[in-house]
Design a protein around this ligand. Structure first.
Ligand code: ZN
Length: 233
């Protein structure tokens, strides 16, 4: 098992792109994993290859980028909005969670990633979970993630670490981290190529990138950008 390699959960969104860049700056070999589960914003999957190609071309760190895997998890779709009862949908709406939210999704993703990592001889997983903007997702909390790392380590009988570089920083600080890791080149990739919008909108271009500008994901991204730019001036 190599401690110089990592597997990054890479969706093609802003957060996971910053995490991938972070991993490239510190591990000799970095592989990526993505999940296809009928997500409405599946347009982000199409952006993955474009972003990977651009990051591979960014300086010496880009040379550390290894293979990608995309796992098909159609079962997730049957437990998302399509199969939710109306009562559950109302409860979800009341908590501010999108009805496409799959309960415990990160637990499933990390467990699948750990299984693939095991096969690939990798013992470090990297994910963009973030407690600061936690938006009501209990599976993004540090305690959840680190407890899962313990369960996975026990279940695989090998120590598995889950690194979450964005856990305690807000969206403004995520832009700043991107700037520190890859300067304007990385900021440009995030704006032009990463996708965060829940509605899958890639027609409306804002200063901070593409999106509907209204959904919770766009709102977070836009606010983070505005705050970060304000600190710069
Ligand atoms: Zn949006």
């Amino acid at each position: 098992m190599s401690e110089t390699s990592a597997l990054v959960l890479f969706s093609g969104g802003q957060d996971s792109t910053v995490c991938l860049s972070w991993a490239l700056s510190r591990y000799a070999r970095v592989e990526t994993i993505g999940f296809k589960y009928g997500q409405r914003h599946s347009v982000e999957l199409a952006q993955r290859d474009i972003i990977r190609e651009k990051l591979a071309g960014l300086g010496a760190a880009g040379k550390h980028l290894g293979p990608d895997a995309v796992l098909d998890l159609p079962a997730l779709q049957s437990i998302s909005d399509t199969a939710l009862t109306r009562e559950t949908e109302i409860t979800f709406a009341a908590t501010g969670l999108p009805t496409t939210f799959v309960p415990g999704r990160n637990l499933l993703f990390l467990t699948y990633a750990a299984a693939l990592a095991y096969r690939r001889g990798i013992t470090t997983l990297v994910g963009g979970m973030c407690e600061t903007d936690f938006s009501g997702y209990p599976d993004c909390r540090n305690e959840t993630i680190q407890t899962l790392a313990q369960a996975i380590s026990l279940g695989l009988a090998t120590p598995v670490a889950i690194e979450t570089p964005l856990m305690f920083i807000d969206k403004s600080a995520t832009w700043e981290l991107a700037s520190k890791l890859g300067g304007n080149d990385l900021i440009d990739i995030i704006i032009e190529d990463t996708h965060t919008c829940y509605m899958g909108d890639r027609t409306n271009r804002h200063d901070w990138g593409y999106g509907c500008g209204i959904c919770p994901a766009c709102e977070l991204r836009a606010n983070g950008w505005t705050q970060w730019r304000a600190q710069k001036t």
